[in-house]
Design a protein around this ligand. Structure first.
Ligand SMILES: *Cc1c(COP(=O)(O)O)cnc(C)c1O
Length: 384
């Protein structure tokens, strides 16, 4: 057995490379000027990488702000000791205003009702509630319509309990910066900001770029970029990969818990979706399954790395375990055999081979973002 650090209670884990995370964070700092800010998006437990440790690494590497998706994510960051500003990327129910103020989490705001409830509570506590105004420039997910931002500011601005700390939008097609759709969203945002200024409103920190926007459309950085996926070394699209190389942060590893040599024709796993095709095939079990984020739809399709070689996963992936086959295809190769305790790599590099989250996401018809979040659900994270 290798001397990797790993969890004492389970032979499956996510390895998080903090050096890669630090270098990726610095790479994003390098995209912006000294007076511009880097907002590190750490929603969904830092895209499955574990927010507590990741936020510390990002902070040390130059993060200026954190963004989260839920109030509880913001509270978890504060409870982990984070002092940087925290931005909630959407508007929670008005019943959340006390939690926001108590933990100093800035909401995004786009309804007068919420703005009012937040401002009232802040004023009652003798405080000022900072917020970021979200503008809908065409994604049609959240935000004040781009033609109505001045009216919106007018309708909330008189409230002494409110302070606009920033104004932002989010792009639907940032990975295609030359496209008409993106150009139109940019134009609407630029005009909305100009309109606010003309009407005498300070928009605060102006920001719009996510990872692909930050990498591909530097003209739109304004005062801050909001980077998520790229910090974790995952590329949002091939174009961004060509401009800003990044290092994957997450690897998924497991050790063989059981091995056997079923006779030719025997089935493997629930439903016998795989039958052993010949003699001397070794079936090895890994203690990782779909409840750990390994999609069941990858059953009989994905591969794992063993001693630098690709071997096939076989049979239906179970909730907590899956099986792989060794010496499955040819008796001509020198036979290799695994033993319980041997290390296999589900995502990451082994020798010259590498399995990426993109490879698995492609087979599932989804994106690396979703796979990373999934692997974060139950596996223990080991920070190296
Ligand atoms: C998730 C999110 C981001 C980060 O996007 P990436 O593509 O992961 O960089 C930025 N802004 C908003 C509003 C988001 O929801």
């Amino acid at each position: 057995m290798q001397t990797l650090s790993e969890p004492p209670t389970r032979w499956a884990w996510a390895e998080i490379d903090t050096g890669a995370l630090r270098r990726n964070t610095r790479a994003f700092k390098g995209l912006i000027g000294a007076r511009q800010r880097l907002c590190c998006v750490v929603k969904a437990d830092a895209y499955g990488h574990g927010v507590e440790r990741c936020a510390k690494v990002m902070h040390a590497a130059g993060a200026d702000m954190f963004a989260v998706a839920t109030v509880l994510e913001g509270i978890a960051l504060r409870e982990a000791g984070q002092k940087l500003p925290i931005l909630l990327l959407s508007e929670p129910p008005a019943t959340a205003v006390d939690a926001l103020l108590e933990h100093d989490i800035m909401p995004s705001i786009y309804t007068p009702e919420f703005a009012w409830a937040y401002g009232e509570r802040a004023a009652a506590l003798g405080r000022v509630g900072k917020y970021h105004l979200a503008i809908n420039t065409g994604m049609n997910r959240i935000g004040v319509h781009y033609t109505e931002v001045v009216d919106f500011r007018r309708s909330v601005e008189f409230h002494a309990g409110l302070e606009c700390d920033g104004t932002f939008t989010h792009f639907a097609t940032a990975d295609e910066p030359d496209g008409w759709d993106h150009q139109l969203q940019c134009k609407r945002f630029v005009e909305a900001i100009a309109g606010l200024r003309e009407a005498g409103f300070d928009p605060g920190i102006v920001h719009c770029d996510n990872t692909p926007g930050s990498v591909l459309n530097k003209d739109m950085h304004f005062d801050m970029i909001r980077a998520g996926i790229g910090l974790y070394g995952l590329q949002p699209c091939e174009r961004a990969a060509a401009v800003l190389p990044l290092e994957p942060v997450m690897s998924i590893k497991a050790r063989v818990t059981h091995e056997c040599h079923p006779a030719m024709g025997e089935g493997v796993g629930y439903g016998y979706t795989y039958r052993v095709p010949r003699t001397r095939v070794q079936i090895c079990t890994l203690p990782i399954g779909y409840a750990d984020g390994l999609p069941r739809m990858l059953s009989n399709r994905m591969e794992v790395l063993y001693r630098g070689q690709r071997i096939r996963q076989v049979g239906n992936i179970c909730m907590d375990q899956c099986m792989v086959a060794i010496n499955e295809t040819s008796i001509l190769h020198p036979a290799i055999e695994a033993e319980p305790g041997d290390l296999m790599t589900i995502v990451g590099a082994d020798g010259n081979e590498r399995i990426t989250l993109d490879e698995l996401a492609g087979m599932c018809g989804t994106i690396n973002y979703e796979l990373a979040c999934g692997f974060g659900m139950r596996l223990e994270k080991i920070y190296v």
